[in-house]
Design a protein around this ligand. Structure first.
Ligand code: ZN
Length: 255
């Protein structure tokens, strides 16, 4: 059983990997090499010197080709094992569908996506972490000084750079349980409403309750994700000399 799961993962990985290799070889790509996007390259090189960052090739891939390769909505990718990263020709940091049936999209310039992906390159090559949250915190966090230097406010960095990712990291089951508890609604009742909704037989008061709960879930997910973003910004922004960085207090994931 264990072996089977491992084999499946391996196959899935190779299939995905194959698609990445096909993507970087796509003839529609624009190939970017240093000193194009010099500021982005120089920033990551200065931050992590001696890691060959200036030799990484950036493949600017057409959005439609990304979509055809099952990478719809992706703004950038790191290609493990290659000195290569991929960015979409339509810059984006991805987007996420929310609990309130809306979409939160990132607003990023290509150089900003390049910085993020070059940071993934550094992190994969030298830190070998396989924890998605740690990986992303490394890339988002180490981008912060670059984005601040470009004149983005902390608020906008969190909203337009980090939020689509952070939103998806908030545990919605835990939050739903909390909201139901506060509203004195039994989880079994809520499940019943959802089942009826799915079957198309929910009464209007049930639909109203579902909408209200999901709207609250959305608002609280935004709040929790924003708090997480502020935590990352606080930990990675450059602290001027002589000032204490008071941000190394425990991050509390409770909402
Ligand atoms: Zn990333």
């Amino acid at each position: 059983m264990v072996k089977k799961i491992k084999d499946d993962q391996k196959n899935e990985f190779s299939d995905k990997y194959q698609k990445l290799i096909e993507l970087i070889n796509n003839k529609n790509n624009t190939v970017i090499k240093y000193p194009e996007y010099k500021n982005a390259y120089d920033y990551v090189e200065r931050k992590f010197p001696g890691q060959n960052v200036l030799n990484v090739t950036v493949y600017k891939v057409r959005k439609s080709d990304l979509e055809a390769s099952d990478y719809a909505g992706v703004g950038g990718l790191y290609v493990p094992g290659k000195r290569a990263v991929i960015v979409s020709d339509i810059p984006s940091g991805g987007s996420v569908s929310t609990h309130a049936r809306k979409v939160i999209s990132a607003r990023l310039a290509i150089d900003e996506v390049i910085v993020h992906e070059l940071l993934h390159y550094v992190s994969h090559k030298f830190y070998r972490t396989h924890d998605v949250m740690m990986e992303e915190e490394f890339a988002y966090g180490n981008s912060v000084p670059y984005l601040l230097a470009k004149g983005h406010s902390e608020e906008n960095i969190i909203r337009y750079n980090m939020l689509p990712f952070l939103y998806s990291t908030i545990n919605s089951q835990k939050l739903i349980r909390k909201i139901l508890e506060e509203r004195n609604i039994k989880p079994s009742i809520y499940s019943l409403y959802l089942r009826k909704h799915k079957a198309g037989s929910a009464e209007s008061y049930m639909l109203k309750a579902i909408k209200s709960i999901q709207d609250e879930l959305h608002e609280r997910t935004i709040a929790a994700a924003t708090k997480k973003g502020q935590f990352i910004v606080d930990n990675y922004r450059i602290v001027p000399d002589g000032e204490e960085n008071d941000s190394d207090n425990e991050y509390d994931l409770e909402i």
